[in-house]
Design a protein around this ligand. Structure first.
Ligand code: PEP
Ligand code: MG
Length: 547
């Protein structure tokens, strides 16, 4: 029995047998032998034909990806089609063909040069393009060799193991035969990992480079995408434990599935909204599939991350408009930029801080840089006419801050009015209650906004003085924390005394051991990761309000 540990990408157990993916036409394996040819025009034709076939394949993969994972995740294949036609890449290939090299060598060499130069860049986004260049070069090579089939082994219950899987390889995985995949490399935010999550396939990445060499084709194995474990040839006791875990997961899923399509109503008839937390358009599909009644938290800062300049008003407008249209008039709460602390992008150039979690973060940064804030607000209010938008502000800690925020909202709306650009005057304005200060003055803040959403992740961090990034402090901030629960209770009371609704969007919202407590406190909405919606609904439907 061998045990490897990597990063779990999708938390489920899979049991099957190892299938090692080898790439016979990968660019790294093309040798410079036989590279010279005296037939330039034939080689050029072969290259053009291979490109055409590759684009045809990508179109089909794109369509499959759109229907299985949504347009946003499928976008990567659009990028691949563009990369195949990229002028610089094509010039490099043609240059080598003109020098008398054959098509295979020219494509492999151009692919290597471009992917190495992307890999050497500092920017994470550009680094990931390196894998895309390798992917398209491998695809053209495979078309040149006339081998258009995947190299998946025969049989069922396959656990695909590879150094790395490109997004198109991940998307081409035959779900009826493959139960999991494991890779030596890869990052949790790579497109491959994102695709695995949206396909719901147990997966582990980052196993380390010599893992493949220790595997034998056909060996029995277990993948635990929750803990990141891969067990090769498990002994009887281990296998039994994983079968039990898998059965437990299946039973839980089946039980929870029974709640699909049902209402979020307690035993005594009280309705609770159960909404979804999302970080990008990619997650909207999953929110809809999991029966979300709306979006309770769209962390808009993810639009600003993994890039090297600010997203424009137009770019943001299109994203917000799309989310609102996809949710078809269900409420969509978009939180304005919460950058700083653990979420940072270099181009913001935030001065170094001793305690960034207590620093120029979220609304503080937006108020210090009104041009960034106003651009986002313009995009949001412009999008408001396409659905049921609510705008929410993070890290509010005083009345003056909220008054200032409202003034800026009014200024932006007046500008739009003057420009004859439509917006919804009734767009709800709310705040995250995630600082102890906001909870303590929630009676005053409730008079200045339309709703509260309690951010228990930060509220716990700031109330208990425990850095949420520090794993050693978990025990101090457990869910029994009376101080946090009192602040939640007071915030709910302030909201209702002032006639506004109150929700919870931090991780505690999905903790079903607290659902009854939240219902008794009078919480109106719980916003959770899409895959937890049915589980929380199940709990709500089995709960009765006290008294
Ligand atoms: C929170 O703090 O509870 C919250 C939902 O916001 P984030 O986790 O994005 O800080
Ligand atoms: Mg927060």
């Amino acid at each position: 029995m061998l045990r490897f540990i990597g990063k779990g990408v999708y938390p489920a157990v899979a049991i099957g047998r190892i299938s090692v993916t080898k790439k016979s036409t990968a660019i790294s394996q093309i040798q410079p032998s036989d590279k010279k040819t005296d037939n330039y025009s034939d080689e050029l034709k072969r290259f053009e034909k291979a490109k055409e076939t590759a684009v045809g394949q990508l179109k089909r993969i794109y369509e499959k990806a759109v229907s299985e994972t949504g347009e946003e995740a499928a976008g990567i294949f659009d990028i691949h089609m563009m990369l195949i036609e990229d002028e610089d890449f094509n010039e490099a290939v043609l240059g080598m063909l003109e020098e008398g090299y054959n098509a295979e060598y020219s494509v492999a060499n151009a692919g290597r040069i471009f992917s190495d130069s992307f890999a050497a860049m500092d920017d994470d986004y550009m680094k990931e393009r390196s894998a895309d260049i390798r992917d398209i070069s491998d695809r053209i090579l495979s078309c040149l060799s006339g081998n258009e089939n995947s190299n998946e082994a025969d049989g069922d219950n396959l656990i695909i193991c590879a150094d790395d899987l490109t997004p198109s390889e991940t998307m081409s995985i035959d779900r009826s035969r493959v139960v999991a995949f494991v890779t030596a490399y890869g990052s949790a935010n790579s497109h491959t990992a994102i695709l695995a999550r949206s396909m719901g396939i147990p997966a582990i990445i980052g196993m380390g480079e010599d893992f493949i060499s220790q595997l034998s084709e056909g060996d029995s194995a277990v993948v635990d995408g929750e803990t990141g474990e891969l067990i090769i040839v498990p002994d009887e006791k281990t296998l039994e434990a994983f079968i039990k875990k898998q059965n437990r997961q299946k039973a839980e899923k089946a039980l929870i599935e029974e709640n699909r399509g049902k209402e979020n109503i307690t035993l005594d008839g009280r309705r609770i909204d159960i909404f979804a937390n999302i970080g990008s358009i990619d997650n909207v599909k999953s929110a809809i599939e999991n029966d979300a009644g709306g979006i309770g938290l769209f962390r808009s800062e993810f639009i600003y991350l993994d890039r090297d300049s600010y997203p424009s008003e137009e770019e943001q407008f299109n994203i917000y408009k799309k989310v609102l249209s996809m949710m078809e008039n269900k409420k969509v709460v978009i939180r304005t930029l919460d950058i700083g602390a653990d979420k940072n992008a270099e181009y913001f150039d935030i001065p170094k801080e001793e305690n960034p979690a207590l620093g120029l973060r979220a609304i503080r940064l937006c108020l210090a840089r009104p041009e960034i804030f106003e651009t986002q607000l313009r995009a949001l209010f412009r999008a408001s006419v396409y659905g049921n938008l609510a705008v929410m502000f993070p890290m509010i800690s005083s009345e003056n801050e909220l008054i200032r925020v409202r003034e800026i909202c009014d200024k932006v709306k007046n500008q739009l009015k003057a420009e004859n650009i439509p917006y919804d005057e009734n767009t709800e304005i709310g705040i995250m209650v995630e600082t102890p200060a906001a909870a303590v003055i929630s009676d005053k803040l409730a008079k200045l906004c339309d709703f509260f959403s309690i951010g228990t992740n930060d509220l716990t961090q700031y109330t208990t003085a425990c850095d949420r990034q520090n794993p050693y402090l978990d025990k101090y901030s457990d869910t029994e924390n009376t101080a946090v629960l009192r602040l939640i209770e007071y915030t709910a009371k302030s909201a209702h005394e002032n006639g506004i609704w109150v929700g919870i969007c931090g991780e505690l919202a999905a903790d079903t051991s607290l659902t009854e407590k939240f219902i008794n406190i009078g919480i109106d909405e719980l916003s959770v990761t899409p895959s937890f919606i049915l589980k929380v609904r199940d709990k709500v439907r089995r709960t009765k309000k006290e008294g």
